[in-house]
Design a protein around this ligand. Structure first.
Ligand code: FAD
Length: 379
């Protein structure tokens, strides 16, 4: 029986654990926190994520806790609709509270036989398949997976040329227990200058709101929220702003990971550790999940673990690279677009939404692993 040690009990590590355990591997996940937990926010689970979650049997488990969206709109602050997309087929989207996603993955991995060790921090790994914990435990395996997020200790300790940098865009996220402002199954992104507010139902009971602004915007950075200022910028959302002013939020900068290689010897780097990207396309988890599925696929086809890892990166990485590049462009467009050119913004927005060629390139990840000729099937 082949063995795997996985650093990180987030979406990537847990999905990888489920996939390998279902393929008959002996798997152990190390999570530094004392439980499997996510921040209080929602998450868009798009077609590619759903295909993988379905293949491992997690989607049915979590489905009741999410909500399927019918449409996505971009509106300007005056309420005018500037772009509308129907969310069906390869563009389907469900929204979940994040905790529901990791719990479904945790339960699926455990049901398949994986072991999850919480309170276990990984310090380093070496290419021969050794993982070392902060308690100086040395564990040998056929495969080590570094799914330990943007600051990956595995990636850094392996000496893989990489860089994690923060981008000058901030995002506040809220998950409120109310559907007062999101009665319809649709997500709306409201734009006002360089600020954006996304509002979407997140499951039957919650609303997920994200608020994005350039880091240089000192008023937008304030938490608790400056309700008067945000309401002046988004008058149609004044009621929602009052609710958010009384709610808890988490604030992050967008981040970007450049990682020269996704594997060395018996060690694979997965998820945000390999390709952390601004969340402008809502695709970080989607890429993480398709890359986990593809890795399991190559490991099934090839007994030689280092060779399987090399083939995996060679054949599927381009989907993540292209998505990451578009996510960075989108961030630039929304953060840096000069206000003097605001009159042209609807045209550019329209072009992104309507010109098929642009949209297909930007949304390559929606297609799952089709661009790499891999079918995602139920395991
Ligand atoms: C603001 C924002 C919004 C987003 N929205 C979406 C969205 O709507 N849709 C979407 O698809 N994606 C979205 N993403 C991206 C998505 O959240 C990530 O791509 C995804 O969570 C990556 O999963 P991961 O398992 O690779 O990393 P993480 O979620 O970072 O998990 C890493 C895990 O490893 C653990 N860990 C870290 N270091 C160690 C260590 N040394 N030892 C042991 N454990 C360790 C951490 O505690 C954590 O549990 C968003 C991201 C951000 C920042």
């Amino acid at each position: 029986m082949k063995t795997a040690e996985i650093a990180g009990g987030g979406i990537g590590g847990l999905a990888m654990a489920a996939l390998l355990a279902q393929a008959g591997w002996k798997v152990r996940v190390h999570e530094r926190h004392d439980s499997i937990r996510e921040i209080g926010a929602g998450i868009y689970i798009k077609n590619n994520s759903i295909e993988v979650l379905d293949a491992i049997g997690a989607f049915e488990r979590m489905r009741p806790e999410g909500l399927e969206l019918e449409r996505a709109q971009i509106r300007f602050a005056d309420g005018s609709i500037r772009q509308e997309r129907r969310l069906a087929g390869l563009s389907r989207v469900h929204v979940f509270p994040r905790q529901s996603v990791v719990e479904a993955l945790r339960d699926t991995a455990i049901a398949a036989g994986a072991e999850i060790v919480t309170g276990s921090t990984v310090a380093s790994a070496t290419a021969d398949g050794t993982l070392v914990t902060a308690n100086r435990e040395t564990l040998k395996a056929d495969l080590v997976v570094g799914a330990d997020g943007v600051n990956s200790a595995v990636r850094t300790s392996m000496g893989i040329a990489s860089r994690f940098r923060l981008l000058p865009t901030i995002i506040d996220r809220f998950l409120v227990e109310s559907r007062e402002f999101t009665r319809e199954p649709m997500t709306v992104e409201h734009w006002s200058g360089n600020r954006r507010i996304g509002v979407t139902p997140s499951g039957p009971k919650h609303t997920y709101v994200y608020m994005v602004a350039p880091e240089r915007d000192a008023v937008a950075r304030k938490l608790p929220l400056d309700v008067a200022d945000w309401s002046a910028r988004f008058p149609k959302l004044a009621g929602l702003m009052a609710l958010l002013g009384r709610s808890e939020a988490t604030q992050f900068n967008y981040g970007l990971v450049d990682c020269a290689h996704w594997s060395r010897g018996r060690v694979a780097i997965l998820g945000d550790a390999a390709h952390g990207l601004p969340p402008t396309l809502g695709q970080g988890a989607g890429l993480t999940l398709i890359n986990a599925y593809a890795l399991a696929h190559y490991l099934r086809a090839n007994d030689d673990v280092p060779a399987a890892l090399a083939a995996w990166e060679r054949d599927v990485r381009f989907i993540s690279d292209r998505t990451q590049a578009w996510a960075v462009r989108y961030d630039w467009f929304t953060r840096q677009w000069p206000t003097q050119l605001d009159v042209m913004r609807p045209l550019v927005t329209w072009a992104f939404g309507r010109i098929r060629f642009l949209n297909d390139r930007m949304r390559i990840a929606d297609q799952g692993l089709r661009p790499a000729n891999i079918e995602i099937a139920r395991i």
